[in-house]
Design a protein around this ligand. Structure first.
Ligand SMILES: [Zn+2]
Length: 408
């Protein structure tokens, strides 16, 4: 059965009345993607594309390929027509066509088809190979803003030779500088330690001691990677002090992280301690702990959730993940994200599959008589754009146009 709610609306001509389905509302919305990375600047070979369709760092079993997954299949089905190929195009034909069009045109077609009003770009990882926020704004025909990684700012200071005793003040100053034009900060605590940290702000003495240990290790190894839990906690609190929304990676990702330590419910002590600040805490991805995340968004006034990364990776099955998130999370606490990273297929599919999931879920509520179509529309608009506009302080009429980055 087609699960579409229908309402009657006045058309542009007041004498003509038209049927509007929830699907049409969802398709017409320009989305705010509150967490993505840049799209790949360069053309990709088949092995390169396949390696970016998985969070694994290793090859698939012999006789199978990176396309043998829910995401791989979604690329062949949903992206192929945007490159002038038939649905379910053969992977070799797909990669060949990608090469003919060139990375610039592929990015433009896929990112424009994502239908974004605004995209927030995490520039903290592999930035050289990816479009920067201005490049993303251009390719997507949307506004773009930068999200700054807390750990990267600290690591830059270590490279520049900050002292252990000067670290706390130098970090606060540098973070303020680096985020003058940023829309949010982000923590990758889940990758560096795990979300199982004490909640309270660490004391200055403890931070200086931890910074000393870290800087000595950095000198010995030549690698400035923050993984000390006291330092990581300090960076998180410095992010809270900065006052911008704090995004946190939670849930699955590449095998650098221990999955069970990426459960966002481990952040409960921190969320309790940070509540008085009223700084929004944005739990990214969350899968397979999105139900736990939904509870946190339900219980804590400044906690928000998305299920971004999972929507792409679960492909045609993504409706289930979105449905589980929406079981408990208040509608004003759920945001859309693609977590697109690298191939613009990921940015596009994040949007495409999310729209499909939402149409099915909201349409079902209306068809079952549980919700009015007017309310279903309200929920779609909240999750698709309005919640992000409110939390990140975007302009109400922030629709497609030149990116802020492009305006200097
Ligand atoms: Zn991400």
């Amino acid at each position: 059965m087609q699960t579409v709610g229908v309402r009657v609306a006045r058309g542009p001509d007041p004498l003509v009345w038209a049927f509007v389905t929830i699907g049409e509302v969802v398709e017409a919305m320009r989305l705010v993607d509150h967490h993505a990375h840049g799209a790949t600047r360069n053309d990709l070979t088949r092995p390169e594309l396949e390696s970016r369709l998985t969070e694994s760092q290793w090859s698939p079993p012999a006789g199978t390929s990176g396309f043998d997954s829910p995401l791989g299949l979604a690329v062949r089905q949903r992206c192929a027509p945007l490159l002038d190929l038939a649905e379910h195009a053969d992977p070799d034909a797909y990669v060949a066509r990608r090469g003919e069009l060139g990375a610039g045109e592929v990015n433009r077609r896929l990112l424009r088809a994502a239908g974004l009003a605004h995209v927030m770009v995490d520039t903290g990882y592999a930035a050289d190979a990816l479009l920067d926020p201005a490049g993303m704004a251009d390719a997507a025909g949307a506004r773009a803003d930068e999200v700054v990684r807390l750990e990267q700012v600290a690591e830059q200071l270590a490279v520049e030779g900050v002292s252990a005793t000067g670290f706390v003040s130098a970090y606060a100053e540098r973070l303020a500088d680096r985020t003058t034009a940023a829309i949010a900060v982000k923590s990758v605590l889940a990758y560096r330690h795990g979300l199982d940290i004490d909640g309270d702000r660490p004391g200055e003495r403890d931070v200086a001691d931890a910074a000393g240990r870290w800087l000595r290790a950095t000198e010995t190894t030549g690698v400035a990677r923050v993984d000390d839990p006291v330092l990581l906690r300090h960076l998180l609190w410095a992010g809270i002090d900065r006052g911008l929304p704090v995004q946190l990676h939670t849930g699955f990702g590449d095998p650098d992280l221990d999955l069970h330590r990426s459960d966002p419910s481990l952040l409960t002590p921190f969320l309790r301690a940070a509540r008085a600040s009223h700084v929004p805490v944005m739990l990214l991805h969350c899968y397979p702990y999105h139900r736990n995340a939904a509870y946190l968004a339900h219980a804590f006034p400044d906690v928000y959730v998305d299920v971004g990364l999972a929507v792409g990776h679960t492909g045609a099955g993504s409706t289930a993940a979105v449905a589980e998130l929406l079981e408990l999370a208040p509608f004003g606490k759920v945001l859309f994200s693609s977590d697109g990273f690298g191939p613009a297929e990921l940015h596009f599919l994040g949007s495409r599959l999310w729209r499909t999931a939402l149409t099915k879920l909201l349409g079902r509520r209306v068809d079952d008589g549980d919700w009015s179509i007017t309310y279903a529309e309200r929920v779609a608009r909240m999750i698709g754009a309005d919640n992000a506009r409110r939390v990140y302080g975007l302009e109400p009429d922030d629709v497609a146009g030149p990116g802020r980055q492009g305006e200097g």
